[in-house]
Design a binder for this molecule. Structure first.
Ligand SMILES: CSCCC(=O)C(=O)COP(=O)(O)O
Ligand SMILES: [Mg+2]
Length: 229
């Protein structure tokens, strides 16, 4: 019996194009000025220290770190520091109404149904927890954060590592076999599966023939009650 569902965001609840064509450029355009003006103020100061630790350069200047962040954005590196800074910059965009968090239309009704069935809902994304709360707090369908019992980001580990899912199961307090993980990326599902999670792959665009996970194109095609333990 599935007691908890953990969902990815990009490519799963939300269009990858919203993340890559709206969120990422918004942060990129503002990053240099943001760091220049905020580098001595929290929480930016701590994020820059995190980045110095990530690259093992404790003396790196704000200008050097900015160049590192541009390189990380070019390669879509899931750096905890980059994700924290992007989330801080995106906050202005959501609050000012520049954009709302994209949700596929099948997501909200299905999350509400699962919640009403007593299934606890969680989010796991490389985007920071703060960024996740913004996307769902300022979503196309309004604030839906009340549906979620918790959020996980790279602080529990990378999404393709088995240990990350073991950490999530421990924090949720459910056995791995009673947790369903939803993602569009089969390598993430592989790691979750190796940790004992049940898995379903969302195929929102191109198919994935290299995957062995059960595949659906919409949330309402997922039936947790039919997933055997
Ligand atoms: C909170 S929405 C932005 C997600 C993000 O920044 C990102 O890099 C998505 O990466 P993921 O590994 O979760 O697909
Ligand atoms: Mg994804």
């Amino acid at each position: 019996m599935i007691r908890a569902i953990v969902t990815d965001i990009e490519g799963t609840t939300s269009d990858i194009r919203f993340v890559h064509d709206v969120l990422f450029p918004y942060a990129r355009e503002r990053l240099a000025a943001f760091i220049s003006t905020q580098q001595f103020a929290e929480p930016v100061k701590s994020a820059l220290d995190t980045l110095r630790a990530e690259i093992a350069q404790p003396e790196a200047s704000a200008e050097e770190l900015t160049q590192t962040l541009f390189a990380f954005m070019d390669e879509d590196r899931k750096s905890t520091a980059l994700k924290a800074l992007q989330g801080l910059i995106w906050r202005d965009g959501y609050v000012n109404g520049d954009f709302t968090g994209h949700l596929y239309p099948d997501v909200l009704p299905t999350l509400e149904k699962w919640k009403s069935q007593g299934i606890d809902l969680y989010v796991y994304s490389s985007g920071s927890v703060a960024a996740q709360k913004l996307l769902f707090g300022y979503s196309d369908e309004g604030d839906i954060t009340h549906l979620f019992s918790g959020y996980f980001d790279t602080h529990v580990g990378a999404k393709r590592e088995v240990q990350s899912y073991q950490n999530i199961a421990e924090q949720i307090g459910q056995s791995a076999g009673q947790i369903l993980f939803l993602s569009d990326i089969h390598q993430e599902l592989d790691a979750a599966g190796q940790a004992g999670f049940r898995t379903v792959q969302l195929i929102r665009g191109d198919g994935d023939t290299a995957s062995h996970h059960h595949q659906v194109s919409r949330f309402d095609d997922i039936h947790p009650e039919q997933i055997p333990s």
